[in-house]
Write a protein that binds this ligand. Structure first.
Ligand SMILES: NC(=O)c1ccc[n+]([C@@H]2O[C@H](COP(=O)([O-])OP(=O)(O)OC[C@H]3O[C@@H](n4cnc5c(N)ncnc54)[C@H](OP(=O)(O)O)[C@@H]3O)[C@@H](O)[C@H]2O)c1
Length: 344
């Protein structure tokens, strides 16, 4: 029987992608949709300005959107996907966990808390066991797992493929799509014919989340990876797909060919939303590109290319679909991992 799930922030950019992924999902059944007060009481069709390709799934369109409150969600819902603004997430997500719901969240609040697993299943599935520490410490019947920021998810799997070479220093510069800012994030007057070399708090997220994701969990606590990471983030006028330029300095010699082999061979998982291969390596020097390559692996794979030697070690480019692999798909994959590990 499918697990009944709820979606918080169901009308937003990530919420709509969640609906798109969850509606046909055989393991999950959408049973609750929430958003802000202004959407509560409307049907989903009335509340959501649907901007995902294809029509709104019929069985979701006539569901009523409720306020974002645990009392508004049926008790038989076992899993909550959250795509709320982080200030709202910080306010309401703990209440859902206290009320016994398991929450798989996109919002940045709590990502760096030392008892909150920040998970990309193909990279650090073992960190999920931090939930035992979390439940002991917080006394929750429910639980909270986070996926990282969309730009962090894009480059960390490529680094994970290179860990045997000893990661020392990483520089990453991003070219991020407008959908990453949410539906009301960037106006057309700001972004058309332009690039914006500032995304609030974004650099810090790439620099800290990457070290947590590649850290070691000993069953009780997590030690962050010792690599140094420097990030620079830019908004550009693409719709979906974050492209990133990465420089990696390693302890061991690492040739572009060895790096490509390591990325090609990096394993995916036997979970429904994990693509095989996880990392699609291009030989063409001008790929990956957002419009051409954001949908590799149904938008769940990482695309990489342009591997070459540089003054600052190995250089390459990588790309991921920010609202699929970088957000909604990441949460759904964490939901599948929670299910496989008996948390639901
Ligand atoms: N976009 C991405 O690529 C991406 C990637 C990774 C992570 N994230 C994170 O995911 C979260 C959602 O991002 P988004 O891009 O989907 O944002 P968005 O398009 O602005 O959507 C926000 C959602 O939250 C609801 N909401 C706003 N204020 C609320 C309140 N006070 N109480 C209850 N619900 C409220 C909105 O409902 P109404 O429609 O009723 O206003 C809407 O459903 C953010 O934390 C973001 O940082 C986004």
């Amino acid at each position: 029987m499918a697990v009944r799930v709820g979606v918080l922030g169901a009308t937003g950019a990530v919420g709509q992608r969640l609906i798109q992924l969850l509606d046909p999902h055989p393991e999950f059944e959408i049973a609750a949709l929430t958003a802000s007060e202004s959407s509560a009481g409307k049907t989903y069709r009335q509340a959501a300005k649907w901007r995902v390709e294809g029509p709104i799934p019929e069985d979701v369109a006539e569901m009523t959107v409720t306020e974002t409150d645990p009392d508004a969600v049926p008790d038989d819902v076992a899993l909550i996907f959250s795509s709320l603004p982080s200030n709202v997430g910080a306010e309401v997500e703990p209440g859902f966990c206290e009320a016994g719901y398991v929450v798989s969240s996109n919002s940045s609040n709590g990502r760096m808390d030392d008892d909150v697993p920040l998970v990309i299943p193909e990279v650090n599935a073992e960190h999920l066991d931090l939930l035992e520490v979390q439940r002991d410490r917080r006394g929750w019947d429910g639980a909270m797992v986070k996926n990282p920021n969309c730009s962090t998810i894009t480059f960390v799997p490529t680094l994970a493929a290179l860990t045997d070479y000893g990661l020392e220093k990483v520089h990453v510069s991003t070219l991020q799509a407008v959908s990453g800012a949410g539906y009301d994030g960037v106006t057309s007057m700001e972004i058309i014919d332009n690039a914006i070399p500032y995304i609030g708090s974004e650099e810090d997220k790439l620099e800290t989340e990457s070290r947590k994701l590649l850290g070691e969990f000993d069953g009780a606590s997590l030690t962050h990876n010792s690599m140094e990471v420097a990030a620079s983030c830019n908004r550009i006028p693409t719709v979906d797909g974050h492209l990133e330029n990465v420089w990696v300095e390693t302890a061991e010699d690492l040739s572009p060919e060895a790096a490509k082999d390591a990325m090609r061979e990096y394993p995916s998982l036997d979970l429904r939303s994990s693509p095989d291969p996880l990392i699609h390596v291009f030989e063409e020097p001008d790929r990956p590109q957002p419009r051409m390559d954001r949908n590799v692996g149904d938008g769940m794979a990482i695309a990489a290319g342009g591997h070459r030697e540089s003054t600052f070690g190995l250089q390459y480019n990588c790309l991921a679909h920010n609202t699929l692999r970088g957000a909604a798909g990441a949460s759904v994959l964490n939901g599948e991992l929670l299910l496989e590990n008996g948390y639901l």
